[in-house]
Write a protein that binds this ligand. Structure first.
Ligand code: NCD
Length: 359
């Protein structure tokens, strides 16, 4: 069975199959309207969401299926102390597939270990967001006509922005990708992405501090919001919250076919005056999110009993009862997940669930 916890749970071929299917659905929506009749999706959202939850719901409805779940865990048995594994065991007896968002990192991976139905990670803390990645890849394909060979600038909160982490991981499997990281020191990419993804996969990347200096080179400008809710120190957030503003003046230096992406919600990092520029692709990107989630649901259920589409078996877990994950927002800190680790490309022992360093 295939879960989607991390973008690399899908091979490059499987990723392309989902994107191709999304394009097919866009061309012929009627043909898909009963594909998921009598099937059910559960959306378990432990953290706020507008686009992701509603686009999963809209996706399943457009496929003729049904949706049940919660948008606020305070109204579920979670408030009585139920673990994510128990919640998933219960809910999986009612539905065919589960989409879960959690503020705890690694929650979906831990839940998937006991789930008899596919689990889709709809965002875990600042860690991963693989369905946004599928949305982004479909948007790049539709805006530019190809994904291989692009130069993409990631601007803003590269430290806590889970959509950035997941998209870089996915792009590492495409050809001739150039990545430009645009962030101040305090918002730089986490080490595990830099070493385990960029260095290991030999991604051509460089770091700069302003978007102006790289604007003419970019095919994609990927803007992000500074993730206020992930900062432990409010002063630190105040220092970086206004780091970047995209306006028409800055955009005037970009290629005429560049596309501006943003997972949304935006705060102040893209001025409204940019919205009417043909390069502003972020609202088209939202719509792509529904189509790609339709394709994902169809594929995960098609692949469920096919051994050719299992989970990748690349890493072998290392069990060490004496080592501890250093991340207070990891599932192994908040629930009784086993002390499971992996050896990363930089020789460090890292948490199996959240990739944080270990002590
Ligand atoms: C993103 C997320 O939740 O990580 N939003 C989304 O899913 N479209 C980005 C964000 O919250 O800034």
């Amino acid at each position: 069975m295939k879960h989607l916890i991390d973008p690399t749970d899908l091979s490059r071929e499987e990723t392309d199959q989902i994107i191709d299917l999304a394009c097919e659905i866009i061309e012929n929506r009627e043909a898909w309207q009963d594909k998921m009749a009598h099937r059910k999706l559960s959306t378990l959202f432990y953290e706020p969401s507008t686009r992701t939850r509603l686009s999963f719901t809209a996706a399943m409805m457009e496929l003729g299926g049904n949706v049940l779940g919660f948008a606020d865990a305070a109204n579920s048995s979670v408030s009585k102390g139920e673990t994510v594994q128990d919640t998933v065991r219960v809910v999986s007896s009612f539905v065919d597939v589960i989409a879960m968002r959690h503020y705890i990192e690694g929650a979906q991976l831990y839940a998937s270990e006991v789930s008899p139905v596919p689990i889709i990670n709809a965002g875990d803390g600042s860690h991963s967001h693989p369905t946004q990645t599928l949305t982004d890849l479909l948007t790049i394909r539709r805006e530019l006509g190809h994904i291989d060979g692009i130069t993409i600038g990631f601007c803003g909160d590269l430290r806590f922005g889970r959509t950035v982490h997941s998209l870089i991981k996915a792009l590492a499997r495409y050809k001739d990708i150039k990545v430009i990281l645009i962030a101040p020191e305090a918002l730089k990419l986490p080490d595990y992405i830099r070493h385990d993804v960029c260095d290991k996969m030999k991604i051509d990347y460089r770091e700069v501090e302003t978007m102006e200096e790289v604007m003419p080179e970019l095919d994609i400008l990927y803007m992000t919001r500074v993730q206020k809710e992930r900062f432990l120190d409010e002063d630190e957030f105040d220092r970086v919250k206004d780091s970047f503003r995209l306006d028409l003046e800055k955009l005037s230096r970009a290629k005429s076919r560049m596309a501006v992406l943003h997972p949304l919600p935006r705060v102040n990092e893209i001025l409204q005056e940019v919205d009417n520029d043909p390069r502003a692709a972020y609202f088209r990107q939202v719509e792509n999110g529904k189509f790609v989630r339709m394709a994902l649901i169809v594929k995960l259920l098609e692949w469920k009993d096919d051994p050719a589409h299992g989970m990748p078996q690349e890493d072998i877990p290392i069990y060490n009862p004496h080592a501890k994950c250093t991340n207070p927002k990891c599932i192994c800190t908040s629930e009784a997940a086993p002390h499971k680790f992996r050896l990363s490309a930089d020789g460090e022992l890292r948490c199996w669930y959240c990739d944080a360093k270990v002590r």
